[in-house]
Design a protein around this ligand. Structure first.
Ligand SMILES: Nc1ncnc2c1ncn2[C@@H]1O[C@H](COP(=O)(O)OP(=O)(O)OP(=O)(O)O)[C@@H](O)[C@H]1O
Length: 187
C-alpha cells in the first residue's frame, strides 16, 4: 500500500461532544490515533503558555495549519515504521486544516460528533480535566474560540454525523457501526 492510499478519518466536534470516546474505540480496531489536542498540549508545555494562548500564538507564528502539519508528519513517520492502513485524527478544527489533510491524504473522511452545549458542559464538569471550564461562561468562551477557527463549517460539511445525546453504550454502538463500515468501504 502507498501512503496516498491510506484511509484517514478526521473527527470533529466541540469540547465534550465525545471525540475522545471515538478515539478509544478506534484504537480497539487497530486504528492509529493522532490527537490534535495532544500536539497543542506538547507545544504549550514547550512554550510555557496556556492551551488557548499557545494555539493562537502557534498559528500566528507558523500559519493556521501548523497543528495539522505536525499531525501529518506524525502519521507519515508512523506509516514509514508500521505501515498502518487506517489513521484517525482527533480534533480537526478548521476548513483550512481539512484542505491540508486532503492534500496529503486523498482518502480523508470526516466524522462529526454533536451534542448540545448543555449536555457537553455537564459532561465536562463531570470529567473535571485540568483545562475543563467549571463555569458556563468560561465554557462558552472556549466554544466561541473554537467556532472562530471555523469548526462549524467543518461539522456542516462532514461525511457523517453522530448525535451523542443518549447513553454512552448507545453512542459506542453507533461509533462501532460507522467505523466498521468505513474500514470495509472502498473510499
Ligand atoms: N453519551 C455519553 N453519556 C455519558 N457520558 C459521555 C457520553 N459521551 C461522552 N461522555 C463522557 O463525556 C466526557 C467528554 O467526552 P470526551 O472526552 O470524549 O469529549 P471530547 O469531545 O473529546 O472533548 P474535548 O475536546 O474537550 O477533549 C468524557 O468523560 C466521556 O466519557
Amino acid at each position: 500500500m502507498k501512503l496516498r492510499d491510506i484511509k484517514v478519518i478526521g473527527v470533529v466536534g466541540l469540547p465534550g461532544a465525545g471525540k475522545g470516546v471515538v478515539s478509544h474505540i478506534a484504537e480497539d480496531y487497530g486504528i492509529k490515533v493522532v490527537r490534535m489536542g495532544d500536539v497543542i498540549r506538547e507545544e504549550a508545555k514547550k512554550m510555557n503558555e496556556s492551551l488557548g494562548t499557545a494555539s493562537i500564538k502557534l498559528r500566528e507564528k507558523y500559519g493556521k495549519n501548523v497543528v495539522a502539519e505536525i499531525c501529518i508528519e506524525k502519521i507519515k513517520e508512523h506509516y514509514s515504521r508500521h505501515g498502518n492502513g487506517v489513521y484517525l485524527v482527533e480534533g480537526v478544527r478548521s476548513p483550512a486544516e481539512v484542505k491540508t489533510f486532503k492534500k496529503h491524504f486523498p482518502k480523508f473522511r470526516l466524522l462529526s460528533i454533536f451534542a448540545t452545549p448543555k449536555t457537553r458542559f455537564k459532561r465536562l464538569k463531570k470529567r473535571n480535566r485540568a483545562d475543563d471550564a467549571d463555569k458556563f461562561s468560561k465554557f462558552e468562551k472556549r466554544d466561541k474560540r473554537e467556532l472562530e477557527f471555523g469548526i462549524g463549517s467543518v461539522i456542516a460539511t462532514s461525511d457523517y454525523m453522530i448525535v451523542n445525546e443518549g447513553p454512552l453504550w448507545k453512542f459506542r454502538e453507533h461509533v462501532k457501526k460507522i467505523l466498521e463500515k468505513w474500514l470495509d468501504d472502498e473510499w
